[in-house]
Ligand binder design. Structure first.
Ligand SMILES: [Zn+2]
Length: 306
């Protein structure tokens, strides 16, 4: 089904249509130490992940080139994000940090603030409180959020569930109930100026809650990470969600994200799936692929030097 979409899209019009420029707000990096630790060996379609962290980086970079990804918000362990940034000849990488709990990597607020001042954390996320049995509204996260507010650092938080195997293996405290976007509401109330996006848009579990939060908090964005490729059933949800968001008038706060994890081909698959949705106009697609993220990230605004 997915290959079918790809072929149809590539053949439309007089020759292949040029791909619009893209900002991918949901890319993952790894180092040898954590490569493949959290993912199953094969994805839903039976495709194996990249064999190692370096091949994974090279294949992801090749996909950036092929699919016109001009910027990518990369989250992973700090070492892997720095390795990606060091190898990035095109200023594509926006440095994120993958954290499930505020203590990960032996982090504390002093080090966190220093990393921000050094430009080594440009987006606080992907945060996965869900995986550590916490929510972003819990006390442990608040000192970090206050620092993000102080330095105007955008926050990217995982919403929705996770891989079904997680709770029985690497994330024993993960519970579906913790993926509810409404659990982020206290953060929106406490830090009204904080730029925040809900990764996975509430997933298959809570798309309506993501939509309701967008309606109520007019500065809240969502990304489509994993939702554009992971399973045909998820793609069906996403298609319906985008129709509903279009109807509601909030498409200008939807961000493209692939969430390729260990499968770099998912970047192209995500781009192709969004292109295949013919209920979206070209202008709406351009917004999701690039313009909304450029606005959210304030790419045109010179950086503050704190
Ligand atoms: Zn996630």
């Amino acid at each position: 089904m997915v290959l079918g979409c790809l072929t149809v899209w590539a053949l439309t019009g007089a020759g292949a249509q040029a791909q619009m420029r893209v900002i991918d707000m949901h890319i993952h990096s790894y180092s040898g130490a954590d490569f493949g630790e959290r993912e199953p060996a094969t994805d839903h379609y039976g495709v194996k992940g990249a064999p190692d962290a370096e091949t994974h980086r090279l294949e992801s970079f090749a996909a950036f080139e092929q699919y016109r990804i001009e910027k990518a918000m990369v989250s992973g362990n700090p070492e892997s994000v720095e390795a990606w940034a060091a190898a990035d000849a095109h200023q594509r990488i926006i440095r994120g940090i993958l954290m499930f709990h505020p203590d990960d990597y032996g982090m504390d607020t002093l080090r966190f603030e220093r990393l921000i001042r050094e430009g080594k954390i440009e987006v606080f996320g992907e945060l996965g409180p869900y995986y550590s049995g916490t929510t972003l509204s819990d006390a442990v996260w608040q000192p970090y959020l206050r620092i993000c507010e102080k330095y105007d650092i955008p926050v990217a938080v995982h919403t929705g569930g996770g891989d079904p195997g997680g709770t029985y293996s690497w994330a024993p405290k993960a519970r579906l109930a913790l993926g509810d976007p409404y659990l982020v509401e206290e953060v929106l109330v406490r830090y009204p100026k904080l730029r925040l996006y809900l990764m996975h848009a509430g997933g298959e579990d809570w798309p309506e809650h993501a939509l309701r939060l967008m309606a109520y908090y007019k500065h809240l964005y969502i990304d489509l990470g994993v939702m554009l490729w992971v399973e045909p059933n998820t793609q069906r949800y996403t298609s319906e969600l985008l129709r509903n968001i279009k109807e509601a008038g909030y498409l200008d706060r939807v961000l493209f994200g692939s969430d390729q994890m260990i499968w770099p081909y998912a970047i192209g698959m995500s781009v192709d799936f969004l292109n295949s949705l013919d209920f979206l106009t070209e202008a709406e697609k351009a917004g999701i692929f690039y313009d909304n993220a450029a606005r959210f990230l304030r790419l045109d605004t010179p950086k503050r030097n704190n």
